[in-house]
Design a protein around this ligand. Structure first.
Ligand code: ZN
Length: 140
């Protein structure tokens, strides 16, 4: 992950109060969507990242540690980074073998058909490596 892009102010105050009340996490676990996984949009190169300094260049005591480009805190089972020109902020996708995720982040290296999946620890991101996976766009 690169440093957050400066064109969008990130709200630092009140970040800890950020609540997900729309059931995103629960929905993320649902892979069976009545026989449809959405529209197939191609094979993406999928990697993983965590909130650590190596991945995001922000130390643990940084006020924006774990805060995505959308201003939301990273969330296991929900957050992915994508190229917002390909998959705009808030897009929901189904990734083959991984499940449903939402685009809440982006990164300098995440261009074109690239997805970076948030995982809570760095060891798992290394284990994840780089995979070519089929991606489906869910909803509009
Ligand atoms: Zn990391």
């Amino acid at each position: 992950m690169d440093k957050p892009v400066e064109d969008k102010p990130i709200k630092i105050h009140g970040v800890k109060k950020l609540q997900f009340t729309d059931g995103e996490a629960d929905k993320a676990k649902t892979v069976d969507r009545g026989g449809t996984r959405g529209d197939y949009i191609g094979e993406f190169t999928v990697t993983a990242y965590c909130a650590c300094q190596e991945c995001c260049e922000k130390p643990k005591d940084h006020p924006e540690y774990g805060i995505t480009a959308s201003g939301r805190k990273v969330r296991e089972g929900v957050t992915i980074a994508a190229d917002w020109r390909v998959l705009p902020e808030g897009s929901k996708v189904y990734i083959e073998g991984i499940g449903e995720r939402t685009v809440w982040d982006k990164g300098g290296a995440i261009k074109g058909k690239r997805i970076d999946v948030y995982l809570p620890n760095h060891k798992d991101t290394k284990k994840f490596g780089k995979q070519k996976l089929k991606v489906y766009k869910i909803g509009g």
